[in-house]
Design a protein around this ligand. Structure first.
Ligand code: ATP
Ligand code: LTN
Length: 331
């Protein structure tokens, strides 16, 4: 049985980049019956940057509701909160001890975020973040990790950590692979097509949240920047804004990019944007409506998460016992 693991931080409102780059992939994978699916809400990763405590726990439930509303089925997948399973931090500590310091200093996300925040404000947790991510993945004998492009380097590091542990101690860890859909792995900001659409983006026009109303979506697409010229073609170097909109269109409509290019040949940006807005609205609406039903039913969400954590622990704890025996921990 192959295992698939992924997670999202409850560090802000989820947007269509999270959906297209991660959740949409998870939902389509979920139909493979022979696989085991584990999806976590990684709150311990979120606190590597300060989070308001009340908002954090509220967001944890919100991300859970988004998973379900998007089609993650709790009958097919284990859904749980990372901090509900103590094996993750335990395993992360052991893995920290086989992770080379130099490997972590090379992580581009750490370099970018610590540069933005300033060194004095950067936590050691942010530095060690990829090791906790490695623990998340390795505890479940994960084969595949479906993520967006920004996480490839972290999965590569996970592979290095697993290989080193297997070599130094005993070969107990499966070496996982990232699962990436090349074209859609990096949805760009609607206001700056050279930077990634991100939860932490301050300009609300730059991203479409999965809870945005129909009119907000229409407005954001209308105001999305375009490129010079008037052709609707996929060419990320020459036409980054239109290429990004084409990828979003393709992902929400199921139509191929070449089909869309043919259809919009000779048509105006405004017509293209109008159709795009309609497709995005039609796809987001059922997710949003289901989300609002679910978020009103907190007891259901909490119960589901508790059961998910129990199932996760049942799997991960076997691995913890293997780790202890391999390293010689305890008596
Ligand atoms: P932050 O602003 O805090 O870095 P984020 O929006 O990048 O947040 P994450 O929690 O880091 O969100 O990412 C969750 C998942 O969504 C990951 O698999 C990540 O690769 C994917 N993802 C995030 N942003 C995008 C994007 N713009 N395009 C495609 N995938 C994305
Ligand atoms: N670092 C990831 C979130 C994450 C993750 C994981 C993804 C934490 N643990 C394990 C896949 C597998 C991010 O998206 N920022």
């Amino acid at each position: 049985m192959k295992a698939i693991f992924s997670g999202i931080q409850p560090s802000g409102d989820l947007h269509i980049g999270n959906y297209i780059g991660a959740i949409q992939q998870w939902v389509s994978l979920q139909n493979q019956e022979s696989h085991r699916f584990i999806f976590s809400i990684v709150d311990l990763h979120a606190i590597t940057v300060y989070q308001d405590p009340e908002i954090l726990s509220k967001r944890t439930l919100e991300v859970t509701a988004i998973y379900l509303a998007s089609g993650i089925d709790p009958k097919k997948s284990i859904i749980f909160v990372q901090s509900d399973n103590p094996d993750h931090t335990y395993c992360a500590w052991v893995l920290n001890c086989v992770t080379n310091f130099g490997w972590l200093t090379r992580m581009t996300q750490f370099k970018d975020k610590s540069l933005k925040q300033g060194r004095a404000n950067t936590s050691a947790g942010l530095f060690n973040y990829p090791v906790l991510m490695a623990a998340d993945i390795l505890l479940y004998d994960t084969d595949l990790v479906p993520v967006g492009e920004d996480q490839i380097q972290h999965v590569e590091l996970t592979r290095d950590i697993a290989k080193k542990f297997n070599q130094v101690y005993k070969p107990i860890f499966k070496v996982p692979e990232a699962l990436i859909d090349k074209k859609s792995a990096r949805i760009m900001s609607l206001q700056n097509p050279l930077s990634k659409m991100s939860k932490s983006e301050v300009d609300p026009k730059a991203k479409i949240n999965l809870t945005d109303s129909d009119s907000e979506i229409v407005e954001k697409i209308r105001k999305a920047v375009t490129d010079s010229g008037n052709e609707i073609i996929y060419d990320p170097k020459a036409k980054p804004a239109i290429s990004n909109l084409l990828v979003i269109f393709s992902k929400f409509s199921g139509r191929s990019i070449s089909d869309l290019q043919d259809y919009y040949k000779g048509k105006k940006y405004s017509e293209f944007k109008e159709d795009l807005a309609e497709v995005v609205v039609e796809n987001i609406r059922p997710i949003r409506e289901r989300y609002f039903e679910l978020i009103d039913n907190k007891d259901y969400l909490i119960d589901l998460l508790k059961k998910g954590a129990e199932k996760a622990f049942e799997i991960s704890h076997k691995k913890v016992l293997e780790i202890n025996s391999a390293v010689g921990l305890g008596i």
